[in-house]
Write a protein that binds this ligand. Structure first.
Ligand SMILES: Nc1ncnc2c1ncn2[C@@H]1O[C@H](COP(=O)(O)OP(=O)(O)OP(=O)(O)O)[C@@H](O)[C@H]1O
Ligand SMILES: [Mg+2]
Length: 255
């Protein structure tokens, strides 16, 4: 799954980490690939110190086997933690991240790719490899129009692209569904397309606190109603990807 958005700061990394941790708690082997080169913050959200990044591997400063970091049962690979990532050769980076995905796929049931905001090269790369593109929606006109442009671009290339959406910073369930509906109405009108709703996360002090404590909410507040929301969202995601994983597995076994 790749977590994407039009606008920045809408909760992609927070959602990626919590969904990944929820999948882990459900017994799956999960890896997170932080593809937000330069502004990577998944390690910070997990209170981990990164010793090796994909960029360092590309530069010959570490080995492929040094990249996976075990964070309490969750695997994390960081693309780059150097803000000067524009100096990186993007072609080499994407090629290296492809090799990382292949290596991770052998030992994990799910890989969550956290991307930078917008429809840049990295988000497109991630979506191209994901079985599900999770769009983070928030209730702001600019965020909705940004994400619409983003979807329009992707659906223009592949009209069957498997997107799903979750709403963040919602006031309540009704407000979240309204936002999702509004977005779907636009998509329906202009692109004749609907995207399934996976759930919502309210704007919450518990999330803010879990980010400050550098611990996923799913670990810090297992009794919170938001834990249940993440459980619901994760179940919905599983409902959309497992079938495909099983059929892909079949194809791979036949090869
Ligand atoms: N539901 C929420 N309630 C309260 N605070 C939240 C919520 N979701 C995210 N935040 C806060 O918003 C900030 C941005 O979240 P996050 O870093 O996950 O966004 P992002 O989309 O990954 O940003 P970027 O585009 O920079 O990668 C974080 O400081 C986080 O604490
Ligand atoms: Mg982020």
């Amino acid at each position: 799954m790749a977590t994407v958005s039009g606008k920045g700061g809408v909760g992609k990394s927070m959602a990626s980490i919590n969904i990944a941790d929820m999948l882990r708690q459900m017994g799956h082997r999960v890896a997170v690939l932080d593809a937000d080169l330069g502004l990577s913050n998944c390690a910070a959200l997990l209170n981990e110190q990164v010793d090796a990044t994909v960029a360092q591997w590309v530069n010959g400063q570490c080995g492929l086997e040094d990249l996976p970091l075990n964070s309490k049962g969750l695997t994390l690979v960081t693309g780059s933690d150097d803000p000067a990532h524009s100096a990186l050769n993007m072609e080499l980076m994407l090629d290296a991240m492809d090799q990382v995905l292949i290596a991770l796929a052998g030992e994990h049931d799910f890989i969550i790719i956290d991307t930078p905001a917008g429809s840049g090269e990295l988000s497109l790369w991630a979506l191209d490899r994901a079985q599900l593109g999770m769009i983070l929606l928030v209730d702001e006109p600019t965020a909705i129009s940004d994400v619409y442009r983003f979807c329009k671009y992707i659906l223009g290339i592949d009209p069957t692209y498997p997107f799903a959406s979750m709403v963040n910073f919602a006031e309540n369930e009704q407000a979240a569904q309204d936002i999702h509906e509004r977005f779907n109405t636009i998509l329906q009108y202009f692109m004749n397309k609907e995207i399934p709703y996976m759930g919502f996360i309210p704007s919450s002090e518990e999330i803010r606190h879990s980010v400050k404590k550098q611990t996923p909410l799913t670990r810090l507040y297992p009794d919170s109603p938001i834990y249940k929301e993440f459980e619901f969202i994760t179940h919905n995601i599983l409902g959309r990807v497992t079938e495909k994983t099983a059929s892909q597995q079949k194809t791979m076994n036949h090869e």
